[in-house]
Design a protein around this ligand. Structure first.
Ligand SMILES: [Zn+2]
Ligand SMILES: [Zn+2]
Length: 284
């Protein structure tokens, strides 16, 4: 695991190259009056602090502003407040860049977009000195790890970013800690393997709603949405451990699917639902 010190950039790298490395289309950078040769210096892009596509966002952050706590690398800031402060001081250009970054954060949160980070090292402008020069980046690198928004206050703009992929918003009965009964009885059963990846895909497909009654799952104390994953053709009957055979149900409907009087009709309905969800586009 890398520490904050490991992430300190030591190479001069161009913004355009890192934006491209992150997977963004940079072809429009070349549409610049000085010609495509100057694409890297296109002011429409090269000074931006945040980039955005339909699939992801990329932020430029100072290494010096990152912190490390309990092995976790974080960045706490309020770019909206900074933007307003710049405007008050007549620093319109900086204010606009900060404002745009805040909008990118809001959209990243709203659309649940994955986040990449360009880590910057250099001379950071002293915000308390109104005559100070603009910040100057000396070195930068593209962090290989994704980041995610742990907290964003829509009202104030206060933001807390954490290095690493976002934890799943969903959980099922297998991801909760198991509680041991007080009087333990030894039970030997053959537990068939359920792949975490399959359950995760099924939960994401359901998007937090029971696929039988459409009711949203409840929210756990950790803020995740709880639904139970259910193999429509049971593993014991050689049903495949594949998302094409797994639905997410509310706890009530899961019990019903196993023990209810209507369990056979329910199974037919769920199989039809899965067939419809995963039908190949060419079949339509
Ligand atoms: Zn239900
Ligand atoms: Zn089940």
């Amino acid at each position: 695991m890398s520490t904050l010190a490991d992430l300190k950039p030591t190479k001069r790298q161009r913004v355009i190259d890192l934006v491209s490395d992150a997977g963004f289309d940079v072809s429009d950078w070349g549409n610049y009056k000085r010609g495509p040769k100057w694409a890297a210096a296109n002011p429409k892009y090269c000074y931006n602090w945040a980039f955005e596509s339909d699939e992801q966002v990329l932020l430029s952050l100072w290494h010096a502003h990152m912190t490390e706590a309990g092995g976790q690398i974080e960045h706490t800031f309020n770019i909206r407040e900074f933007s307003l402060d710049c405007k008050r001081k007549g620093l319109g250009t900086l204010g606009k860049r900060a404002y745009d970054m805040d909008l990118v954060l809001q959209r990243a949160l709203h659309k649940q977009l994955p986040m990449r980070v360009m880590i910057c090292e250099g001379d950071i402008r002293d915000d308390d000195d109104d005559q100070a020069d603009a910040s100057r980046v000396k070195f930068r690198l593209l962090d290989a790890e994704p980041w995610h928004i742990q907290h964003y206050d829509k009202l104030t703009g206060a933001c807390h970013l954490v290095r690493g992929a976002a934890p799943s918003p969903y959980v099922d009965q297998f991801s909760l800690p198991t509680t041991q009964p007080a009087n333990k009885i030894q039970i030997t059963t053959s537990v068939r393997e359920r792949k975490a990846e399959v359950r995760e895909k099924a939960l994401r497909k359901a998007q937090g709603k029971c696929q039988y009654c459409d009711k949203p799952g409840f929210t756990t104390h950790k803020g995740q949405i709880y639904l139970e994953t259910h193999h429509v053709i049971p593993l014991s009957e050689d049903g495949p451990d594949h998302e094409h055979n797994v639905v997410a149900l509310c706890a009530d409907d899961h019990r019903r699917a196993h023990h209810g009087a209507e369990r056979e009709a329910m199974q037919k309905q769920l199989l039809a639902l899965l067939a419809d969800l995963y039908k190949s586009p060419s079949a339509t």
